[in-house]
Design a protein around this ligand. Structure first.
Ligand code: PMV
Length: 303
C-alpha cells in the first residue's frame, strides 16, 4: 500500500507573541524538535488513526480541507509521532497540522502544494486557537527563522543564535484561552494596550540590531522587557516567574515566555559554557531542552 511521510518542526517565538495577533511583528525560529506523520489511503472516507475516526482535530480539519479542494474521495489513515511536547507553546499542533496536510496533498496530488497546505493548516489551527495570527503554521511550513507579521507574512532573516534553552514548566494550557485573556485586557485598557504595542515594536527593532552584533547582554535585557509586557497582559504564571528567576540567578542573559504563556515554556538566553550550570539549577523543578534554532521546515520524508 502506498505510504507517504512528512515532518514539520516546532518553533520558539523569540519576541512578540500575543502582540503578533494585533498585527505587530514577531521574531520566530523553527527548532529541531519535529512532528512526523505517516499516511496511507484508507477505504472508508474520513481521517483515521488506528481504526478510529479522527474528527474536530487540527490534523483532520486540515486534511478535510485539502480533500475538499482536490476532490479526493477515499479516506486516509495516519500515524503521528512527535518530539514536540503538546500544549506548552512549542507549536506542536501547527506542526502536526502542516505535516498531516502535506501527506493529504501527497496522496491526492502526488506532490506537496505549499499554498494549499498553508491554507489547510490555518483552517486546522482555528480549532485550537481563538484568533490565530498564523505564525505557528507559517514557521512549521517554511522553517528557518525570521520575522512574521500577520498582514505581510513571513520574511526569512538569518538569526545568528544557534541554540536556546527551553524550560517546560509542565503546566499545559489552551492557546485560545490565553489569546482571549489578552483581548479582555485590550478591551479594558485600550490606551495602555496601544502603548504596549508600540513598545513591543521598539523591542523587536532593537532585537534585530542586537542580533546583528550578537549582543547577548542586550538581547537578554530585551527579552526581560518583553516578558514584563507579557506579565502585564496577564499571561505569565507562578511557574514561569520561578523558572525565569532560577535561570537568571544561574547566569542566563535573559528569559521569557515563548508562545501563549499561562504555563507552557520559557526560553532562556545562555552562554554555551553556562548551559550545564543553568540547566542544573532548573532541572530539580522543570524539564529543560537545549534546542537548535533555524531547523528546516516541512519536509517529505523517505518511506
Ligand atoms: O500556540 P502557542 O502557545 O504556540 O502560541 C502562539 C502565539 C500567540 O501569539 C499567543 C497566538 C498566535 O496565534 O499568534
Amino acid at each position: 500500500m502506498e505510504k507517504v511521510v512528512a515532518s514539520a518542526p516546532g518553533k520558539v517565538i523569540l519576541f512578540g507573541e500575543h502582540f503578533v495577533v494585533y498585527d505587530r511583528p514577531a521574531i520566530v525560529s523553527a527548532i529541531n524538535l519535529r512532528a512526523y506523520v505517516e499516511a496511507w489511503k484508507y477505504d472508508e472516507p474520513g481521517v483515521w488513526i488506528r481504526g478510529r475516526r479522527l474528527s474536530n482535530h487540527p490534523a483532520s480539519r486540515a486534511i478535510e480541507y485539502i480533500f475538499g479542494k482536490t476532490g479526493f474521495t477515499s479516506g486516509i489513515s495516519l500515524k503521528i509521532s512527535s518530539d514536540i511536547p503538546a500544549s506548552v507553546g512549542l507549536g506542536s499542533s501547527a506542526s502536526i497540522s502542516v505535516a498531516s496536510a502535506a501527506t493529504a496533498s501527497l496522496l491526492s496530488l502526488k506532490k506537496i502544494d505549499i499554498e494549499l497546505v498553508k491554507a489547510a493548516a490555518v483552517e486546522g489551527e482555528k480549532i485550537v486557537h481563538f484568533n490565530p495570527s498564523g505564525i505557528d503554521t507559517t514557521i512549521a511550513l517554511y522553517g528557518g527563522g525570521g520575522v512574521y507579521r500577520k498582514s505581510s507574512g513571513f520574511m526569512h532573516v538569518d538569526i545568528p543564535l544557534k541554540k536556546i534553552l527551553i524550560v517546560n514548566t509542565g503546566r499545559i494550557r489552551k492557546t485560545g484561552e490565553m489569546v482571549k485573556r489578552v483581548k479582555d485586557f485590550m478591551e479594558r485598557n485600550k490606551e495602555r494596550f496601544n502603548m504596549m504595542l508600540e513598545k513591543e515594536e521598539e523591542i523587536i527593532r532593537d532585537a534585530f540590531d542586537a542580533f546583528k552584533n550578537m549582543d547577548l547582554e542586550k538581547l537578554g535585557k530585551l527579552m526581560l522587557e518583553n516578558q514584563n509586557l507579557l506579565r502585564e497582559l496577564g499571561v505569565s504564571s507562578m511557574e514561569i516567574d520561578e523558572a525565569i528567576k532560577l535561570a537568571l540567578d544561574a547566569g542566563a542573559y535573559g528569559a521569557k515566555i515563548t508562545g501563549a504563556g499561562g504555563g507552557g515554556c520559557v526560553i532562556c538566553l545562555v552562554d554555551e559554557d553556562k548551559i550545564e550550570r543553568i540547566s542544573k539549577a532548573l532541572s530539580s523543578k522543570f524539564k529543560t531542552y537545549l534546542t537548535e534554532l533555524s531547523a528546516v521546515g516541512l519536509k517529505e520524508e523517505k518511506t
